[in-house]
Every structure is written in C-alpha cells, then in structure tokens.
Design a protein around this ligand. Structure first.
Ligand code: S5P
Length: 264
C-alpha cells in the first residue's frame, strides 16, 4: 500500500487511528502541509480552503479569531474541509486544569463537535489530556491531541527538561497522537525525534521557504530541513495565505515536503 511504503516505520508504529488517517491523506495528495488558516472571516477561510485543498493534508484553525463566528457559519468551514478530505485541527493550546479544559471543549465554539485534533500545553500536568478526551467522549467522537514539546517563537520557556517531561506525559496516554516541535531549528527537531522515537508524530510550525523571521518573534527554518530532521508535517501559515497566489504556494510547499519525506 502506498501510504505504508512512503511512511515506513511511522505507519507501522503509530497507534492512534487519526495518525493513519493523516498519513493516508498525505500520501494520496503527496503533501505534508498542514495549513495554518489564520484569516479573519469564514468566507476568507472557505475561499482559501478551496484554493489550496488539493495540496494540503490537514487544516489548522484558531476558531476564536474568526470575527463572524457562529455555529451555523462555522459549519461552512467544516464542510469545505471535509470536501477536501481534511481533518480539522483546532490550535486551542489548552493549558488549564483538566476539568476546565473539558468545559472548554464545549462552550461557544463547541470544539469537541467538529475538531479531530487539538493542541495542548503540558504545563498544568497530565490530567489536561483526560479532560480534553472526555470532551470528545461526551459527543462520541474520536480525537487526538498534540502536546507542545517545543515552540518556534523566540525566547519561549520550553526548556529541555520541559520537553522531556512533556514526552513522558504524552507517552503515557493513547490520546496523544504527537508533538509540536520547533520547525525553525533542524537541530531541535532532530533531538525531539530521538526522544520521541518512531511511534508518534512530530508536526512543526516555524517553516517558510523564503523568510527566516516572521512578525513578533516568529522564527523560520526550511521545510526540507525540518522533515529530514524528523518532522512528519509542516505547519505553514503566512507562506501560503500571505502569498499572492496561495494555490501555487501550497503546491510548492506540498512538492518540497513530499520529496523530503521520500528522501528521508
Ligand atoms: O510554536 C509554535 C506553535 C504553533 S501551533 N509556533 C507557531 O507558530 N504555531 C502556530 O503555527 C501559530 O499559532 C500559527 O498559526 C502557525 C504559524 O504561522 P506562520 O504564519 O508563522 O507560518
């Protein structure tokens, strides 16, 4: 099978079903691009999804930044994503105690009902994972969590020890599909991969083909370097949505990322 051949050990070792779903979509479309769809309105988002949908493997959102959010309106984003076989990845960066994280899975945005994947910090301890997972349980859906093991922003406080503790927390839970790593530094990604082993995903933001720095302390590295160092997806925002031709930009990131995986 095509996905298994391309992904090798990752395909055989990842236990979470949504990891396989991602790897299948990626292999089908030949892309490791996760679009960071950081735009302000539902219409803009839907237009972008249709422009780049054939070249990306998942859709990352910040739902609380959508100016015209309503549950009905948001359904257009969900439908657009599903029409391109994209999982919805809400980058909520949960960080509260378990019980509050559970309630934050519902509320105004009702993340549990449409997100397949979410991000969480491990700073509050392991119970945050059970809180988030209980949110999906309540609506009988399966979801996966990415823990922030590293960050791409300059001056962040995620030390080596913090990264190690985060991996220990993630390893202990079947809900943790993988980790966010710092795509701006191939060395950091490589050391994260050594610690994580083969059985979980590493997805990396902080990648851009032309810039080395972004606004307000964002740092960038080259997508090829991140993937060769062990990243399984590149999270790309400005490099695509900030381009004059997002469709063409997405196609380029897709091509670069897929070749890097095959070379790895
Ligand atoms: O450390 C991180 C973690 C994340 S999830 N650094 C990040 O930049 N991100 C997210 O990736 C961030 O929230 C944004 O949506 C995206 C990067 O966007 P870009 O425009 O810089 O490519």
């Amino acid at each position: 099978m095509r996905a298994e051949k391309a992904w090798g050990a990752r395909w055989r070792s990842c236990a979470h079903p949504l990891a396989h779903r991602f790897m299948e979509t990626a292999a089908e479309k030949e892309t490791l691009v996760v679009l960071a769809a950081d735009l302000g309105t539902v219409d803009e988002l839907v237009r972008l999804i249709h422009q780049v949908g054939g070249h990306i493997a998942a859709l990352k959102t910040h739902v609380d930044t959508i100016e015209d959010f309503s549950p009905e309106n948001w359904q257009n984003v969900v439908d657009a994503a599903q029409s391109h076989d994209l999982m919805l990845f809400e980058d909520r960066k949960f960080a509260d105690i378990g019980k509050v994280s559970l309630t934050q899975m519902s509320g105004v945005y009702d993340i549990r009902s449409w997100a397949d994947l979410v991000t969480a910090h491990s700073v509050s301890g392991p119970d945050i994972i059970d809180g988030i997972a209980a949110g999906w349980d309540e609506v009988k859906r399966v979801g996966g969590i990415f823990l922030l093991a590293q960050m791409s922003s300059r001056g962040n406080l995620l030390s080596d020890d913090y990264t190690a503790e985060t991996i220990a927390t993630g390893t202990a839970s079947p809900h943790v599909l993988g980790y966010i790593g710092n795509g701006s530094s191939p060395e950091e990604v490589a050391s994260l991969r050594v610690r994580v082993g083969v059985g979980r995903m590493i997805w990396t933001p902080g990648v851009n083909l032309s810039a080395t720095e972004g606004a307000l302390g964002q740092r960038y590295g080259h997508p090829t370097d991140a993937i060769k160092a062990g990243a399984d997806a590149i999270i790309v925002g400005s490099g695509i949505h900030g381009s004059d031709d997002p469709g063409a930009a997405a196609a380029t990131y897709a091509e670069v990322s897929w070749s890097a995986l095959l070379e790895r």
